[in-house]
Design a protein around this ligand. Sequence first.
Ligand code: SAM
Length: 209
Amino acid sequence: MMNDDDEITAASGFFEPMYAASSAAGEGLPWAYMQANGQFVEWLDGQAGGQNQRAMVTGCGLGDDAEEIARRGWDVMAFDVSESAIGLCLERFPKSPVDYRIADLFQPPDDWRGAFDLVFDNRTVQSLPYDLQPRAMASVASLVASGGTLVVVTEIVAPEHLSQHPPYRMLAESLTAYEDAGLGRQSWDEIPHRDDPPSRHARVVYSRP
Ligand SMILES: C[S@@+](CC[C@H](N)C(=O)[O-])C[C@H]1O[C@@H](n2cnc3c(N)ncnc32)[C@H](O)[C@@H]1O
């Protein structure tokens, strides 16, 4: 039986070989759309610019979401546990103002706690096994500053469509872990995503009082 640390190492380590075998074109990475997430862009369009505001992208992959936020004037940091993913971000965006870091969501540096006015998680929590997701959500939530906002995009399924392998599509009710971590839910919007298994992409916005 694996302990939590072994499980985190295995689950997070799943991604590194895939990024290492890919390139700046993102081949072999089915989650990489090579553009910022549309539901997130739509949300950003309704916000004032991010002048003097700090944003964080968790599990940033190839960096498109982080670049989109930076383009709108935010001071952006983004991290991924995969060294090769971060290498590809730097290769794709050599002049980027984004501060890209290699880091583990389960061990964020102390000075990240409550440090970001905007945090975006685009399908990173759902890339982790179900028993790790509550801890992952608590860690994502811990980054949000007082008065700050968390935006989550994740794939939602019915209980009979939970998965034994990544992506670990989520139940709507499991997102209550963000509220357990002290955030208040502001909105929940969703669009249909897949036919098989039937799923939808939820965009959920939280704030920290
Ligand atoms: C499904 S991909 C999504 C990537 C990106 N957010 C996107 O939407 O394109 C999940 C990402 O989470 C990263 N990841 C997995 N475990 C992590 C951890 N413990 N800490 C930080 N990043 C992690 C993976 O390396 C991968 O880039």
